[in-house]
Design a protein around this ligand. Structure first.
Ligand SMILES: C[S@@+](CC[C@H](N)C(=O)[O-])C[C@H]1O[C@@H](n2cnc3c(N)ncnc32)[C@H](O)[C@@H]1O
Length: 378
């Protein structure tokens, strides 16, 4: 069988063995899906566009992990990965693929129908427009990005901006996954030197190759890392940093340039607490927040622009305080935690300490000791 295989190991021999081993120990795929893959490899000039069977197994496993029922794919080619999702979500789930090329989109529709994946649809058009225009009745559980690399940061920004708490027709559900394929681009994001053979092969195999695409992937990977709200962080903090400050911060954080598919971190902008109408003041608001409330009628101070580095940094801290200290994350079900006394370890410990502190040693002096030891047995 022809196979297109991704290697991440010291040399191709080890990489292939690890891939084969992983293949044998991963989620099995139905025969129809394997046949679909074979059809792509045999019939398509650009068959290397499609994910490998091993990747298909991994994506199926990820779908299973989050019990995905609704998947959106950006960059569908002739539909094999859409079929993979369609299989993973089951007949009662659904998949939408976005594809720019009308020819690829039509081929995808034909093959999906031929192989019986009727729970999938393919939308033709530039995903930068079609994505922004989607109005899903229910948010997606997974969004898989596999289109032009220069678009990755823009796709991520649209997804985050269109997935705000409480937003109508939000794209991604709370805790949903954003998965970016090729985020490492055969190691080019980490090594663009001649040491990396991909510097020769990838440009040859890629239509309209542009070295700037590596920088876009790098930007995407950095956005995916470590921040509870990458877009806001960009606006309040990074915009005011010098390039050397950014570099230092990147080094300090140890950006590994690996794709973290977890993208629960893609959770976005925090909207105002339910108790707080615009302009209304709360006792526990910080001075910075009071100032902002007095000065504007926006719900969240951090939604406004920061004109200086200090202001940006204060607003960012305020956002973090609201979310992580005051418990203002609308997507988090605090009731489950608040109602579970087992989780209140600190509270219980304090209560116990207080109880022992208050306990009167009434036996001291006014009671006769009895029992074997004269202390603990009476
Ligand atoms: C790597 S292929 C996708 C492979 C597919 N996910 C699979 O595994 O079979 C990338 C696809 O993205 C499409 N594409 C590129 N730019 C696009 C855009 N702006 N909007 C939508 N699709 C785009 C290309 O036509 C191509 O079919």
């Amino acid at each position: 069988m022809i196979e297109n295989c991704t290697t991440l190991y010291p040399n191709d021999i080890v990489g292939r063995k690890v891939s084969e081993y992983s293949d044998q120990h991963s989620v099995p795929l139905p025969e129809d899906l394997v046949k679909y893959h074979e059809w792509v490899l045999r019939s398509q000039e650009h068959s290397h566009f499609t994910i490998s069977l091993l990747e298909a197994r991994m994506l199926s496993w990820m779908a299973r992990m989050v019990n995905a029922k609704r998947v959106l794919e950006i960059g569908t080619f002739v539909g094999f990965s859409v079929a993979t999702w369609a299989n993973a979500v089951g007949k009662d789930g659904s998949v939408t693929g976005l594809e720019k090329s009308p020819e690829f989109a039509q081929m995808a529709r034909d093959q999906l129908s031929r192989f019986g994946w009727n729970n999938a649809e393919v939308v033709t058009g530039d995903a930068l427009h079609t994505l922004a225009g989607l109005e899903p009745p229910e948010p997606y559980d997974i969004i898989f990005i596999d289109a032009q690399k220069s678009g990755y940061p823009a796709y991520l920004k649209i997804i985050l901006d269109r997935s705000q708490p409480g937003q109508a027709n939000r794209l991604l559900r709370p805790g949903g996954l954003i998965i970016g394929d090729n985020a490492l681009r055969c190691g080019l994001v980490a090594d663009e030197s001649d040491d990396n053979p991909a510097t020769k092969t990838v440009p040859l195999h890629t239509i309209n190759w542009d070295w700037n695409n590596i920088a876009f992937l790098d930007e995407f990977n950095k956005m995916m890392h470590g921040h509870p709200h990458p877009v806001l962080y960009e606006r309040l903090i990074k915009r005011h940093q010098t390039s050397s400050e950014r570099q230092q911060e990147g080094q300090a954080k140890g950006y590994g340039r690996v794709l973290e598919a977890d993208l629960a971190r893609g959770e976005t902008r925090l909207s105002a607490l339910a108790t707080e109408a615009a302009g209304e003041q709360r006792e526990d608001l910080s001075p910075a927040r009071h100032r902002w409330h007095a000065a504007s009628d926006i719900d969240n101070p951090w939604d406004g622009e920061a004109s200086t580095k200090e202001q940006g940094s204060e607003l960012w801290r305020e956002f973090l305080r609201e979310r992580f200290i005051r418990g203002g994350d609308e997507d988090f079900d605090y009731a489950k935690v608040d109602g579970n006394e087992e989780l209140d370890v600190v509270l219980r410990r304090d209560e116990e300490d207080r109880w022992f502190d208050d306990e009167e040693p009434s036996w001291v002096g006014d009671r006769d000791a009895a029992g074997e030891t004269g202390v603990q047995d009476f």
